[in-house]
Design a protein around this ligand. Structure first.
Ligand code: DX5
Ligand code: ZN
Length: 214
């Protein structure tokens, strides 16, 4: 099953409830990009916005933590109503297994996010412990960037290892996802598509979401 996770970073912050309605009515997951200005060169939003979204969300929340010292904030994100997936960046920790355990202790799915310059082989030993891997198809930090085509080969390699090891780990893809590449991305093995600009900058977000699912 393919699930669509609109990135709330591209939502209309003056009319956030409208954007939440789009996800509730047509999509599967609320993707929340948390940027601290240190792990990535941009600052997005924090708890007040996440909690406001949680109030109206009827679909699961997915927190993509692009922050240094993720262990400091995992418990607080885990406590947000409807939180069901949390990922931290591979580049942000020396102890990924400990963070996965911390996320799992809250009964929440744990994922590892990684930038396009991280060799996929370095994720292989972690696959058995992850519920999902968040494969960045742009460098984390900004919405609206162009999809890096080499991501498809990276997905294929990860998927092959997942199948080889009999793991249930899912592949989530994030960055520059849209109608022109969604099919290739799912064919390469991804089952969760994050899409910010493609959904929220469209005239008809519902139609785009439907088309991304195909
Ligand atoms: C980038 C974020 C993405 C981004 C996706 O660091 O993790 O989730 O908002 O936005 P688009 O779909 O516009 O590339
Ligand atoms: Zn993201």
């Amino acid at each position: 099953m393919i699930r669509i996770a609109p990135s709330m970073l591209a939502a209309d912050f003056l009319h956030l409830e409208e954007s939440c309605k789009v996800v509730n009515d047509y999509a599967d997951i609320f993707h929340l990009d948390i940027m601290d200005g240190s792990q990535v060169p941009n600052i997005s939003f924090g708890f007040p916005v996440v909690e406001a979204i949680a109030e109206v969300a009827r679909k699961p929340l997915d927190a993509h933590l692009m922050i240094v010292n993720p262990e400091k904030y995992i418990d607080r994100f885990a406590a947000v109503k409807g939180m069901s997936m949390i990922s931290f960046h591979f580049e942000a920790t020396a102890e990924p297994l400990r963070l996965i355990e911390q996320i799992h202790s809250h009964g929440i799915q744990a994922g590892i996010a990684f930038n396009p310059d991280v060799p996929v082989e370095s994720l292989f030993p972690l696959i058995p412990y992850c519920d999902f891997l968040l494969c960045m198809s742009v460098f984390a930090g900004f919405g609206g960037q162009k999809f890096i085509p080499e991501t498809l080969d990276r997905l294929r390699a990860l998927k092959e290892e997942i199948v080889r090891t009999g793991s249930n780990c899912e592949l989530e893809v994030d960055g520059g996802v849209g109608e022109s590449n969604a099919k290739a991305i799912t064919e390469a093995g991804a089952s969760i598509l994050v899409a910010g600009s493609a959904v929220f900058k469209a005239d008809d977000p519902a139609a785009i979401i439907a088309s991304l699912r195909q």
